[in-house]
Design a protein around this ligand. Structure first.
Ligand code: EPU
Length: 428
């Protein structure tokens, strides 16, 4: 088993380059199924969720060629069987994007129930509602979602609540449908805009992405393009918070500062200096840390994907913070791990009350999911002493070379291989 071992207490200093956005790239990779020619994606993060998406495409018969570690060439013409293998789908939430892209191209898709981080129940009723509005039927066959249609016809789709995944799938399924589709109460995340820009550059007609009404006029053909993924807002936010938690001085480069505004605003409230430049943000601490309260919201609100990292940071401030996160059922599982490092947090349902303790101490802890794992790294970097983090495969789903990037900022973090028996003894 691999672990991260961190000797904490060193303020991070220097410049870190942010990779392409995971939650945009998984959608762009799936969208190549809708392209009738070869296309090239640049700035694709080298993370395990992308590797899985590439394997899904290859298994279905697509040509996928790595030009370099972040640039990938796709030709999906060879896909004949619109079926995602079970073993690949079940470990990743984004596998449900293949429902929309395969339906959009073949009018037929089999995708096993999606997996991903265990954040509680993650139904896909709104995805199916969108497909149905466009004329598709759905059924469960041997644990897989089967969606199919004779033809897809544009329609009005109203989501009962804001959902990123269902908005993506509604776009996938309608981009080549006949006539006009209007998505109301659409998600506004930067990755929705990135998907629309990618498809529009291929010849699609999508307007309004980034607002809560998206209008899509179906087209027959999408031509090949070269397109660069947007920078990862959550990776950038994670380094911003890591800089603040270690009282460091870090330039976070290759970002779109506008995408970081909710994180920037909260850090400033806590007494952290944040200066926005054209394509970077500079974060440093030169005074005491103060508390603030957070409620996660869909974009442009404070992202749920930053909640564990920010809450960890709040344990280091003086005073009480209230954190409300009701987007998923299960986003406070990391709290039990953080308590082992001295944090004082009580959780009641979707609300956490954090009493700042000023300092944390190193401990063996576990990454309970992707963002919880990032939170453990921040805790370990800020803590006195040594922190060992296991289950780091979760972290590698979404952070490219996080240990290498942190070492570049002066952190003492090592990746170590620990044989199973030894690891039980160490954390026993
Ligand atoms: N929901 C339903 N029915 C649906 C769809 C969603 O009940 O048909 C519920 C979900 O269970 C959740 C809420 O609606 O309670 C919002 O879900 P949403 O669809 O917006 O989330 P998602 O598409 O499953 C994406 C990201 C998540 C991120 C959320 C919220 C990807 C691949 N995943 O998930 O990213 O937390 O949006 O912003 O884009 C992460 O990167 O760590 C991560 C979990």
């Amino acid at each position: 088993m691999e672990k991260f071992v961190i000797n904490g207490g060193t303020p991070l200093k220097g410049t870190v380059q942010i990779s392409g956005a995971k939650n945009a790239a998984v959608a762009l990779v799936a969208a190549t199924i809708l392209c009738d020619e070869t296309c090239v994606l640049e700035n694709v993060p080298e993370i395990s969720d992308i590797t899985k998406c590439l394997t899904i495409l290859r298994e279905m018969g697509a040509e996928v060629e790595l030009i370099d570690k972040n640039t990938i060439k796709f030709n999906t013409k060879g896909i004949t069987n619109p079926e995602v293998p079970y073993e690949l789908a079940r470990t990743m939430r984004a596998s449900c994007y293949f429902l929309g892209t395969l339906l959009g191209r073949f009018h037929d898709a089999f995708v096993p129930m999606p997996g991903g981080c265990d954040l509680g129940d993650r139904p896909i009723d709104q995805h199916l509602k969108a497909f149905k509005a466009l004329g598709a039927s759905d059924e469960i066959v041997n644990g897989a979602n089967h969606v199919y249609a004779d033809e897809l016809i544009g329609n009005q789709i109203y989501f009962d609540f804001v959902t990123v995944g269902a908005t993506m799938n509604a776009i996938f399924a309608s981009v080549k449908a006949k006539g006009l589709t209007i998505i109301e109460n659409a998600a506004k995340e930067p990755h929705i805009v990135d998907l629309a820009n990618f498809l529009n550059s291929m010849g699609a007609d999508i307007r309004g992405a980034g607002t809560d009404v998206i209008k899509i006029r179906g087209v027959d053909y999408l031509h090949g393009v070269t397109y660069a993924t947007i920078p990862d807002q959550i990776e950038a936010g994670t380094y911003m918070v890591a800089a603040a938690a270690t009282k460091g001085d870090v330039v976070i480069a290759n970002v779109i500062p506008k995408h970081l505004e909710s994180i920037t605003a909260k850090l400033r409230k806590c007494g952290v200096n944040v200066v926005e430049n054209d394509e970077s943000v500079h974060v440093w601490v030169d005074g005491p840390l103060m508390t603030t309260s957070i409620k996660t919201m869909p974009h442009p609100g404070f992202p749920t994907d930053m909640q564990p990292q920010f809450s960890t940071f709040l344990t280091l401030a003086e005073g009480t913070s209230i954190v409300t996160d009701d987007i998923f059922d299960n986003r406070f599982r990391y709290v039990a791990e953080l308590r082992r490092m001295g944090a004082d947090i009580s959780v009641d349902g979707k609300v956490a009350v954090i009493q700042g303790v000023g300092r944390l101490t190193g401990a063996p802890v576990s990454a309970t999911d992707l963002r919880a794992g990032a939170a453990m790294i921040i805790a370990g970097l800020a803590a006195e002493g040594t922190t060992e983090i296991d289950n780091i495969h979760y972290i590698e789903r979404g952070y490219e070379k996080i240990d290498e990037k942190l070492r570049g900022l002066g952190a003492d973090i090592k990746r170590v291989y620990i044989p199973e028996a030894t690891s039980m003894k160490l954390s026993g």
